[in-house]
Design a protein around this ligand. Structure first.
Ligand SMILES: [Zn+2]
Ligand SMILES: [Zn+2]
Ligand SMILES: [Zn+2]
Length: 400
């Protein structure tokens, strides 16, 4: 498993054969209904046989459901329509029949009554805009769709996902807000609370901001992953043995944060940002560099998980590609071979996906160029997530 040594820059890359990359799928994205038709992560009903579907976030599976006799008297309970494959009883999330259209399940375990009527993902949402305003409800739905996607990856990696209401010290919450009285909502993270400007779910608004800020990529999922990166920095890096390695790659986060942001917005990014960072914004402060790199790592892993779930393997694409080597990004430290395999699969896959985008006349699928220092930072994110996963696998617990 990951060790905590800083990169040993002269040792050779491990020649040990690695497990096939598909062994490392964190979240499966390909599901089949009991009728044999393909169904997808966001589906709540099979359009072929009309079976209700629900996503079990603990097991990471989309399950065709059949109703159970109502024991509690007021809540409908469900079990898998194929109980031999998935045991257990479930309640459906209260937000199923709302603008959020939440298809997540509440696993009941041994409980005899339903204590929660919201799923784990919906329980994390602490504040909402006025849903009586039609556009707010639409935006909320889009944000929750992106949030379920992001959290399924976090759970698949066994990262801690605990509502702030359950753990006021270390938990996580989302405030989805719209501006009131002309006061803009500042998207950001503070003390476990991720605030998101709901208007980012309005496509013209988000696109206008993207072009004004000269960003190649701006999405709800990207926002959520970035802000989650700030949250997990506090959980996984601050006050841990990873802090020296973080400072070595990303810089010293004790640098004046507000001053750095003001300078960034007043003067623009460093002109040489692309030689060191995954994005221009990442160059303004080590914390933003971490959040941008974390988001990029999750773009990589979720997309590779999805590709592999459907049998698309970046290593078998017909693309002549010169792979990254450990020497090329000056990082031959612990477990670099496994990371290199992930990275090179990603470069192969996105090389083809970008060309497919051009065939459709839409913006590039992955509009980023990775410099050697940015790759080293991605590797550190990989190692830190791996170590958290290992702690969970060792039985130390993490998941709600
Ligand atoms: Zn079906
Ligand atoms: Zn829900
Ligand atoms: Zn940030």
């Amino acid at each position: 498993m990951s060790t905590l040594s800083t990169p040993a820059r002269s040792s050779p890359a491990s020649p040990t054969p690695q497990p096939h990359a598909s062994d490392r799928i964190n979240v499966n994205r390909s599901f089949t209904c009991r009728c044999g038709h393909p169904v997808f992560f966001r589906n709540s009903i099979c359009l072929a046989c009309m079976a209700p579907l629900g996503y079990d976030p603990q097991r990471g599976v989309l399950i065709p459901l059949s109703p159970l006799p109502d024991e509690a008297g007021d809540t409908e309970l469900w079990q898998s329509a194929e109980p031999s494959q998935h045991e257990g009883r479930y309640a459906r999330c209260r937000n199923l029949n709302s603008a959020a259209a939440c298809n997540w399940l509440i696993p009941l375990g041994d409980a005899t009554s339903v204590e929660q009527d919201l799923c784990l993902c919906c329980r994390l949402t602490r504040r909402l805009p006025d849903l009586g305003i039609a556009s707010n409800a639409v935006w909320w739905g889009r944000i929750e769709t992106a949030k379920r996607r992001m959290l399924s990856s976090m759970l698949g990696m066994h990262l801690p996902v605990v509502p702030l209401a359950d753990d006021p010290q270390q938990g996580l919450a989302f405030d989805i807000l719209t501006s009131t009285n002309g006061m803009p909502v500042i998207t950001g993270h503070e003390n476990g609370v991720i605030t998101l400007d709901a208007q980012e779910a309005d496509d013209p608004t988000r696109e206008l901001r993207r072009t004004q800020l000269l960003e190649p990529y701006r999405t709800l999922l990207g926002h959520l992953r970035h802000e989650a990166g700030h949250y997990y920095w506090h959980r996984l890096v601050e006050h841990t043995e990873w802090l020296p390695a973080f400072r070595l790659e990303f810089g010293d986060e004790r640098e004046d944060y507000r001053g750095a942001l003001q300078r960034h917005y007043a003067q623009g990014p460093r002109t040489d940002w692309s030689l060191h960072h995954v994005s221009a914004y990442a160059s303004c402060h080590p914390w933003e560099d971490w959040a941008e790199t974390w988001a990029n790592y999750l773009h990589m892993t979720d997309t590779l998980d999805t590709a592999q779930s459907f049998g698309i393997d970046g290593e078998r694409l017909e693309l002549t590609y010169e792979p990254f080597t450990a020497e090329a990004f000056d990082d031959t430290g612990a477990d670099s071979a496994e990371f290199l395999r992930l990275l090179n699969q990603w470069m192969q896959l996105t090389g083809v996906l970008n060309e497919l985008s051009r065939s459709m006349g839409v913006p590039d699928f992955y509009p980023f160029v990775l410099s050697a220092p940015a790759v080293r930072k991605l590797h550190l994110v990989h190692r830190i997530i791996d170590a958290a996963d290992a702690r969970w696998n060792a039985g130390e617990g993490y998941m709600a």
